[in-house]
Design a protein around this ligand. Structure first.
Ligand code: C5P
Length: 233
């Protein structure tokens, strides 16, 4: 194998892929690409530069020029910097998330971020978290997983997360938002959320993060066992 191996985990928000990707990357001591964070960083950088998020050429220029850094955090996950500023928490706000989903629908913006994402593929290997990792960014990846969960389960998980932060929201409203976003994400023209033809579908409804992580590591052992040796045990 000439290039470092890649494990792609794609799926909708709330499928649990962020946490699963972190766990898999940690267990294998692989690099981690949080591609959603790149769309969030692009949105935040555009907002800070007063570039309207619907100005496709302007936002694509912002994406090309992004001065970002990703650093593994001691507590797990990543610490994320924009122009030397720690934006780990800021990029998770609803406002940035909403703008990220708007800039992510733009083909020139996606094109501008393509090589930056591919540059994360370095030895000993990469776990890539996103929506189009297996279809567009790393079509030759050794392992592709499409992680789903029912809309009801994803709404319940989001409800629990918000409740823990002291934010009270209506479960039915969350479910309607999730269903609307699923329709938008899977029907958009630029990189719609669809499983790669060679992806293994895993439904995380009713499973714990540990269950799903073990399932993914099982696939990694099947496909990459010889390359990784004991490392993925
Ligand atoms: O996963 P996360 O919520 O951080 O993603 C932020 C936004 O970027 C989402 O709205 C999602 O649709 C978009 N995105 C994307 N392609 C990716 C990763 C995220 O379009 N590979």
């Amino acid at each position: 194998m000439s290039e470092a191996p890649v494990i792609c985990i794609d799926g909708p928000s709330g499928s649990g892929k962020g946490t699963v990707c972190e766990q898999v990357a940690r267990r294998l001591a692989f690099h981690l690409l949080d591609s959603g964070a790149l769309y969030r960083l692009t949105a935040l950088a555009a907002m800070r530069a007063n570039v309207p998020v619907d100005d496709e050429a302007g936002v694509a220029a912002v994406a090309r020029d992004l001065h970002s850094e990703f650093e593994p955090a001691p507590e797990g996950g990543l610490r994320i910097w924009l122009n030397g500023d720690n934006v780990t928490a800021v990029i998770r706000t609803e406002e940035v998330g909403m703008n990220a989903s708007r800039v992510a629908a733009s083909a020139p913006v996606r094109e501008a971020l393509l090589e930056r994402q591919r540059a994360f593929r370095r030895p000993p290997g990469l776990v890539a978290d996103g929506r189009d990792m297996g279809t567009i960014v790393f079509p030759s990846a050794e392992v592709k997983v499409f992680l789903t969960a029912s809309a009801e389960e994803r709404a319940r998980r989001r409800h629990k997360q918000l409740k823990e932060k002291g934010i009270g929201v209506n479960l039915r409203g969350l479910l309607e938002d999730i269903e609307a976003r699923d329709r938008r994400d899977s029907s958009r023209a630029a990189a719609p959320l669809v499983p790669a033809v060679d992806a293994v579908r895993v439904d995380s409804t009713g499973l714990t993060v540990e269950d799903v992580t073990e399932r993914v590591l099982g696939l990694v052992r099947e496909r990459l066992g010889e390359v990784l040796g004991k490392g993925c045990g």
